[in-house]
Every structure is written in C-alpha cells, then in structure tokens.
Write a protein that binds this ligand. Sequence first.
Ligand SMILES: [Zn+2]
Ligand SMILES: [Zn+2]
Length: 785
Amino acid sequence: MEKNYNFGQIEKQMQEFWEKEQIYKFNQNDEGKIYSIDTPPPTVSGSLHIGHIFSYTQAEMIARFKRMQGYNVFYPFGFDDNGLPTERLVERDEGILAKNMPRSEFIEKCIKITGKYEAEFKQLWQSLGFSVDWSLQYETISPAVRKISQALFLELVQMGKAYTKDSPVLWCTECQTSIAQAELDSKDIDSTFNYIPFIVDGKLLQVATTRPELLYGCVCLFVNPNDERYSKYVGKAATVPLYNYDIPVLTDDKVSLEKGTGVVMCATFGDSTDADWVGEHDLPYRKVILPNGCIADEVPFIGGLKVHAARKEIIKLLEDNKLLFKSEHITHSVAVHERCGKEIEIIPSKQWYIDVLSGKERFLQAAEEINWYPEQMKSRYIAWVENLKWDWCISRQRYFGVPFPVWYCKDCGKAAFAKTEQLPVNPLETEYNGVCECGCKEFIPESAVLDTWATSSVTPQINERFGLPLVPMSMRTHAHEIIRTWTFYTIVRSLYHTGKLPWKDLMISGFVLAKKGEKISKSKNNNGLSPAELIADNSADVLRYWAASARLGTDTFFSTDELSVSKRFITKLWNAAKFVISHLQDIDFTAKPQLMPIDRWMIERTNETIMKAAMLLNEYEIGSARHEIDELFWKDFCDNFVEIVKERLYQPDIHGAEERRSGQYALYYALLNILKMYAIYVPHITEYIYQDFFKSFEQSASIHQLKWEKPELIDEKILMFGKKLKEIVSDMRKYKSENNLSMKAEIDCLLIKTTAEQFEYFRQSEKDILACSRAKKVIISIENH
Ligand SMILES: [Zn+2]
Ligand SMILES: [Zn+2]
C-alpha cells in the first residue's frame, strides 16, 4: 500500500472496476431474497446541491447493507423529468416562455435540456460510487412510462376513481394552471381588514373583508345561526355597496361569532370556504378573476386590472364614497403556489380529479400498516390525510407532461378514451377514430397534461415493468417534505390499482440546512460549492461519511469545515490498515492458532459491533450504526488492540510464534470485518484495501460481494475482560501523562486487581501487559468483594 491514499485516482479506478465487473447488476435469478428499493426519481429542475448527496447517499448505504446481508437487491434509479418544475427550468435556461411558442417546439427544448441535466445527475451518483443497476433506469416522460401512466389513469376511470368535474379549483394565475392541495404553501403577508357597509332594511350591516376587490363577486352574506345580533336580518336582502345589487342574508355555522363583525361576505371565490358554500347553499357564480390573474373586463371600475391593483382601486373608491368605515393593518397567512410563491385563486374550470376524500379512512389505516422510520414521521402523514379538503386535481394546463388519453365529443361533450393498444398516445397528435353515442364523429382532444405526481405516484408499477412482481416493495425512501405528496399519492394509487400497500418500510431522511432553519435549494443559490467540486476536492468517501453523521430524519447543517472529521477518519483508516497489513504478510491459515484472551476479546468486540450495527441498520439508523463502528475502530481496535498486540508481532522470540499467529489471526478478522462494515459508508477505500490484500484469501472479486458475519452468541465474559483491560491501559497512560512520563517510560510495577473469573485471562495476558505498559513486573491478584 502506498504511503498516502490518492483518492482522486483510486475512487475512479474502483468505480471503473465495479462497472466492468457488473458488481451491482441485478439478476432476479441470483440467490437471496429480493430486497427492492423505491428510490425517488429526482425532479429535473436545475442544479444539484449538497442536499441531494445527503438523502440519496443515506438510502444508497441501505442498498449496500442489504446486499451484504445476503439479499438480492433491486436498486433502480429514475428521473422525474416532466411537469412544472422542468418547464420552469427550461424557460429560465432558455429565456423563453412556453405560452409564447408552439407546443411542439417547447417540448423539443424540454427533452434536450432534461437530457443534459439527467446526465449530470447520473454522473454525480456515479462519482459518489452509487451501487445502482443503471440498466433499470427510467424517466417519467419516456414512452414506456407514459404508457404505464396512461394505462393506469384509464384503469382509474373504469373504476370510477378518476372523474372530470366543472367546479372551483385551486388555480395559480402565474403558472396559469390548476394545482392540487399538496402543492400549496402558506406565506404571511401584510394586508388590510376592510370594514364595509351593506344595507339591509335601511340599516347598515358591516362586513370585514381582506378581499374587497371581490365585492362584485358577492353572492350572499352569512351570519352564524346563533348570533342574536343579526337574527332579524336573516332571509332579507342586502345591497352590495358600489355595485348596488341585492343578495340574500343566510346562516351557516362555519361563521365565527368573534371574528370581524360576525357578518361575512361569500364571494366567488375568496377562499375554499366560499367554494364549499356555493356548493352547499346552491349559490350562483359571479365571475371576477380570470385564469391569467386579471379582473374580468365586465367588472365595473376594476375590469382589466391585476388583483392587487384592483384591490387598491376598490379601497380608494370605497373611501371616496365614504363606504370604508375602517381599514385595519393585519399580517395574515395566505395560500401560495409552492413552485412560484404566487397567491392562489380559486377559479371554476373543468378538471380531472382522483377521488381521495372518500377513501380517507383506508388511507389513515395504511399509516398503521406501514413501518415508518423514524416512527414520528407517521404523524405528518396522518395530519395531512385528516386535513384533506379537495380531491386530487390531476390535470394541469401545461405543456411538458404525460397527456390525458382522452378526447371529447364535439356535439355532446362526452369523453372518449384511448384503447390500451394505442398507448402511449397524444390526443393532440392522434385523432379519435370512433363514433360517439350521439352519432357525432368529431372529437376535441384534451389539451391538459397529467400532474407529474400522477405518474411518479406509480413508481412501484414502473419498477415492475420488466415483469418481476415487486409490490409491496421492501422500502421507499425520501426526505420528509414530500410525505404529503409522494408518500400519500403512492399509497392511494397502490391501494386502488393493486389492493396492496406500495411498500413495507418507509425511510424518511432530513434536510441539509445552510443557515439555521433555511433549506438549501438551487433557487436560493446558497450552497456555495457544487457537489462535483466537493467530491473533486474532498473525495466521495469523505462526503459519504459526512452524510451518515445525522440521525435518520433529522435536519443537519453543512459547511466544508464539517468534512474535517471525515478526512481524519479516512487518513486513520488508511494508516491503520497499512500498518496492520504490513504485519500480516506471512499470515498462515493452515491451522487455526490457539487464541490469546486479548485476541479473543477483539474478535468478540468485533462481533458485538456487527450485531449492534446490523440491528440499527435494519431500522435505517445509518448514523447510529456508524457511531458503533467508529467506537470499535478508533477506541478498541486502534487505541488498544493494535497497540497491545504489536509487540507480539515485532518480537515473536519473546512472546512466542504461536502467540504471534494468534495476534495475526485476530487482526485479520477484526480489520476485515471493520472494512466490511465501513464498506457501506466508504465503498472506495475499503474496496481498495480489500483488493490490495484480503482478496487473495477471500476469493470474492469485490468486498461488496462479501456478506457480513452473523454472530449469534457473544462471549460476555471475554468482553468484560477486555473492558477491564482497557481501563487498566487507560489508567496506566493517565498515570504516565500526569507524571510527565513518556508513554515508553518504564514503570516498576503494575498491580492488577481482578475477579476470580477473569484471573486466568489476565495471567495469560501477562506478557502483553508487560510489553504495552513497560512495567518491570505485573502483579495480578484476585480481589474479593
Ligand atoms: Zn405558480
Ligand atoms: Zn356525442
């Protein structure tokens, strides 16, 4: 082994070796139970950041762990390369707007640009040493996946679980598309609460509203049925200020007695409650806001203005007409679109939905049937399902997505669906050849595309496209912010399509934060260094080791200073392995030596750590497992065992040849198994050390094809002995340093008090203790308690 570890050269060399030898290739006929991983296809929305390394690497370590537990690991990778995030990326990169150009031209650009970013992603995962079988790769916009997505949509239509409805929908006027509840964020904004008089029976009834620009959309006033202040007005007509038309005063128990004046205006549509009310009370629709965010031309005073300008204008008009009693400044939370941050409107339109509301109970029950790691993430899912108010709107008035395989009859409007053998189909390019029930032969294609989640929610089915049944898959992994989308939608789809849960385990990782509480994302551009630069400067193994620092599910901070711990570790591992291996060159496995107690202890401590680490990794606790292995490596192996045993290696004439062989045997076992455990974290350096020495004894092409030991019983007695011995060594070192003695300084006598049980171990270890303590003599006595 070289003096220094040259990561730049060796990591590349190892990656080429894995690729050439197809070390991670999945073959369904290989031995071992299949362990299948449903990896999140990253959204192709721009540059990569350290957060990607963090969460994807944690999952990758589990793939390696399971492989070394004897499982046949199915570990595919995909890209989610359609939908709004991709469109926005292309618009930004190219300085274009999708709406200003022919759809086909825009899609062509999308395909070209996503290809470029996907290559970057793949390059990153490869340079991190990911053990992915790339022949299983998929892209959500590819023909094969479009076909699956469309076929499953048609299946939902047949089941009555997908339906179309003309009704108020959550709408982004910036992106000009309908969106789903899961795509809402909330934002605090400064606004005003405006007190406006309506006239009922010649009396003034004050209404407080944050959205006076919707006055023209007022369809009724609501009071609480128990509000005695207003009971005399119920059923009467109120006149809308400025616009002077009459609306009824109605009751509804959703009206708060405390908030505002206790009288609220219902306008189409200020919020989701307005939309509910219009349905429940059978109220009319009065159009105010258009899909592009402008006020409709026919609205007096403010027609053609944008919403915020219209609000200002109406407030001014109300003031001028002495119709504004009071205007209070407030900060309140509004719903915004997560992709663009723009305030959401509710606008009626015809959209496609997947029924999720009627299945709430089943979806809640699913939370109990899936194993959540960490457990507390389950409550986020439950809270989301309990608070669902809308069915899942899956149509988007956008361009780059999976098309709906649907046309509509020109005469009667009835939907006509593609046949399975036609899929994938784009109705904008393919005409429907059939006849409607009404006799009409002309059809209008559906121009909307599917919500990208409508495709990525069927990743288990996409993974099954080669014919291998996988559902329920063993594990799904992702960061905690997409529980309400990806977790929820996939559970819904899987239960609908298969009647089964999509996976057994959910592994939820945390975020990487830049500053306190801030998520690192490409849009904020606060990541400092790109992942490629970080790898080039520090090595993949250093970054991977860092990625395993946090507890599962917890957020972590990143700065390059954080990597110094990792770098120290890599240096230590290299130096320790180099030293140990230099003493193992003449190791002889023809007969197992009679093991010395200290050597037995090292082997048992290694086995104990293997058991603990495996237990933690089975619960996806990457960080805690690494901590156990670190304890073994740094403290027991390097600080104590190697220090004690090296005298035996150097001086067999004093200690005996058999004793030297015993030491070699334990060193070999401990180092190989430490490397095997670390192999899931730092696959390159461990592979290199394995290739350099262990391979000739182990007959496995790669360390990553070896299996972890499965010790069942641990010799507690020998562990206790080792613990006591460590204490003695530590006391002896402390004594020397407190007395300003060198560690090599001789001491006259070392007195060891031990139990009857451990006496024999200490007696057999006398020479080792003498050597490592430089004591002239050792007295071992039994201490009776
Ligand atoms: Zn938007
Ligand atoms: Zn028809």
